[in-house]
Design a protein around this ligand. Structure first.
Ligand code: SF4
Length: 86
């Protein structure tokens, strides 16, 4: 993606079975190569992993306060998810 992947947009390099077309190739973006997944990031299910990504995208968007309702909902979901393990 020439101008980077916008938050909430599926990467064009992701295959239908959710594999990276660029894995192992020099064209793979540095941010992807350097990302080190953690158990917290991956969660126990796909739903938990997507929730984690949504939270990261929400918290790193340029103006996270412009949509407080969505932000509050996602943070609430995040805290609920985090509370499940304890
Ligand atoms: S690892 Fe990076 S390039 Fe590959 S599918 Fe994911 S976001 Fe896209």
């Amino acid at each position: 993606m020439p101008h980077g992947k916008p938050a909430g947009v599926r990467c064009v390099q992701l295959t239908d079975d959710n594999l990276c077309r660029l894995f192992g190739l020099p064209d793979r973006p540095a941010v992807c190569v350097n990302l080190r997944p953690s158990a917290e990031m991956c969660g126990e299910t796909r739903e938990e992993a997507l929730l984690y990504l949504e939270r990261l995208e929400l918290l790193t968007r340029p103006n996270p306060l412009c949509d407080n309702r969505n932000r509050d909902y996602l943070l609430e979901q995040w805290h609920e998810f985090k509370g499940r393990g304890s």
